[in-house]
Design a protein. Structure first.
Length: 185
C-alpha cells in the first residue's frame, strides 16, 4: 500500500485512478451506512480522494492506506452529521434504545448515539404522515395515548397500532445501522 501512496505522491494519475476505482464503491456503501443519503455519501468519498490527491506529500499514515481511507470517510461522515443541526433532545433516542438490545448500544460512543438519533429522525420523516404525528407526539412531546387520540381525532387503539408499526419500521432500520457501527469497531 505504501507503494501506492508513493506513486500518488509522484502524481501518477494511472495508479491513483486504479486505486480510486478499486475502493470507491465500497467506501460509498460504508459512508451510506452513516448518512443514509447516496449523494452525500458519494460527495464525502470524492472529497476524501481529492484530499489524498492534493495532500499526498504531507500524509503520515501509520496503518494501511485502506484503513486510513475508511477512517477519513468515517470522520467526514461524523463531521457532516455534526454540521446538521440536531434540534430535538435525546428522549426519542432513549425510546429506541429499548427497542434494540442494550448490550449492543452500551458499547457505542456518544457520537455514534448522535448518528443513530439523526437516522431515527430521518426514518420518522419517511413514515406515513399520520404515523409521524403519533410518533412525534408520543416520544418528542410525551403525550399520553388518550391525549394523542384526542389531538388527532383517532381512537386510542389506532394510536397503539400506529406506534407498534412505527416501532417495527424504526427498529428494522436502526438495527442495520447498529450492526454497521459494531462491524466498524
Amino acid at each position: 500500500m505504501n507503494l501506492i501512496l508513493e506513486e500518488i505522491r509522484k502524481k501518477n494519475e494511472k495508479v491513483f485512478k486504479t486505486f480510486f476505482d478499486k475502493h470507491y464503491k465500497d467506501l460509498v456503501t460504508y459512508a451510506y451506512g452513516y448518512l443514509y443519503d447516496k449523494a452525500s455519501s458519494e460527495d464525502v468519498v470524492q472529497d476524501v480522494f481529492i484530499y489524498i490527491w492534493e495532500h499526498a506529500e504531507s500524509l503520515k499514515i501509520e496503518t494501511s492506506l485502506k484503513g486510513y481511507l475508511y477512517s477519513m470517510v468515517r470522520n467526514r461522515c461524523l463531521n457532516f452529521l455534526k454540521s446538521i443541526k440536531i434540534t430535538d433532545n435525546y428522549e426519542f433516542l432513549e425510546f429506541n434504545i429499548n427497542l434494540i438490545t442494550e448490550h449492543v448500544f452500551d458499547s457505542n460512543s456518544e457520537e455514534e448515539k448522535k448518528i443513530v438519533y439523526h437516522q431515527i429522525l430521518k426514518i420518522v420523516d419517511t413514515l406515513p404522515e399520520k404515523m409521524q404525528q403519533v410518533v412525534k407526539l408520543k416520544f418528542l412531546h410525551n403525550y399520553k395515548y388518550s391525549e394523542i387520540a384526542s389531538e388527532l381525532d383517532i381512537s386510542i387503539n389506532t394510536v397503539k397500532t400506529q406506534l407498534k408499526r412505527a416501532k417495527l419500521k424504526i427498529t428494522e432500520m436502526v438495527t442495520g445501522l447498529l450492526i454497521l457501527l459494531q462491524i466498524n469497531h
